[in-house]
Ligand binder design. Structure first.
Ligand code: GDP
Ligand code: MG
Length: 305
């Protein structure tokens, strides 16, 4: 590890479809580490950890920040914005190809970001994405001009998150704003494990609600299979619900499987929101005596030491 190791957090903001997740994957590549340091606060926040020899950068993706409505969601929205306060800089991600074709959308889609971003007081970098889609590169100029007016203090980077063009330059810009500090996460933090844990928590929560808040003691959820098909935007998840008693199994399954079906539907909907992918979810209920005593099994569930 070098003496001047850098650690920092970057908030990734932008309208849906701007390319936030694509950028994260571009940076994280095979090492993709989409995790949540604090599962209970991450309903609408997914982070990716990029660890290099001299730096560790945590990207906080804020999916759905623009789609939230209603009172509960107002709260979530506030919490999403408050995530900014723990960050060292903000990357605003915008779809340049969209705005080159439809400049009138810029006010509607970008304006709501301007004030909260500004009041965060953080350095702002604007990634003008999907540059590869523009046939004539000059088309990007009026878009850049308008962005410069909206974010006068920002550094603006034309990029293609998909192809990677401009991505190193943007990352270099981000690095300049990160403080020195040691890494907060192990460098081999594996991608899907914490995400799987979050998914099992979502399923557990739905069991809890479906059973009218009487989650039988000793109910656990284990993700048995997790297959991502990025091309189709589909993740197939097989999860086993463990109970210690046969009658609990019956309760969870319900009459003609009605309760389990309800659990599955609610969990799938939330997982789709969380993962921003289509989810194919299969649930099984299994009885396993004394699993709560079995430390090896607990470890497999991400619980215990
Ligand atoms: P998010 O909603 O901001 O996370 O956006 P996504 O990363 O899910 O991307 C939305 C869509 O835009 C996907 O179909 C991506 O493949 C596409 N996309 C993202 N970045 C680029 C880019 O740089 N060029 C092109 N051509 N497509 C992109
Ligand atoms: Mg996304």
């Amino acid at each position: 590890m070098s003496d001047s190791y850098k650690f920092g957090m970057v908030a990734l903001l932008g309208p849906p479809n701007a390319g936030k997740s694509t950028l994260m994957n571009q940076y994280l590549g095979q090492k993709v580490a989409i995790v949540s340091p604090r599962p209970q606060t991450t309903r609408n926040r997914i982070s990716g950890i990029l660890t290099e020899d001299d730096s560790q950068v945590v990207f906080l993706d804020t999916p759905g920040i623009h789609r939230l409505r209603g009172k509960m969601n107002r709260f979530l929205l506030d919490s999403a914005w408050s995530a900014l306060s723990s960050c060292d800089c903000v990357v605003v991600m915008l779809d340049a190809a969209l705005y080159a074709a439809k400049p009138h959308l810029m006010d509607k889609e970008i304006e709501p970001l301007v004030k909260p971003v500004k009041s965060s007081g953080l350095p702002v970098l604007v990634a003008v994405n999907k540059a590869d889609k523009l046939k004539d590169k000059a088309e990007i100029l009026p878009v850049m001009q308008k962005i410069a007016e909206m974010f006068p203090d920002a550094e603006v980077y034309p990029i293609s998150a998909l192809k990677g063009d401009g991505a190193p330059e943007l990352l270099g810009g981000v690095m300049k704003h990160l403080p020195e500090g040691p890494p907060m996460f192990p460098e081999d933090q594996i991608s899907t494990v914490p995400l799987r844990f979050m998914a099992s928590e979502v399923i557990r929560e739905k069991i809890f609600y479906s059973l009218h808040q009487e989650l039988p003691y000793g109910t656990a959820v284990e993700i048995e299979q997790w297959d991502e098909d990025a091309e189709r935007g589909l993740v197939t998840i097989h999860a086993a619900i463990y109970t210690t008693k046969k009658n609990h199994k019956g309760m969870i399954i319900g009459k003609q499987g009605a309760t389990l079906k309800k659990i599955g539907t609610a969990a799938r909907e939330e997982l789709e929101e969380m993962l921003e992918m289509k989810v194919h979810l299969e649930l099984w209920v299994k009885v396993r005596d004394n699993w709560t005593e079995d430390t090896g099994f607990l470890r497999g569930l991400g619980l215990g030491e």
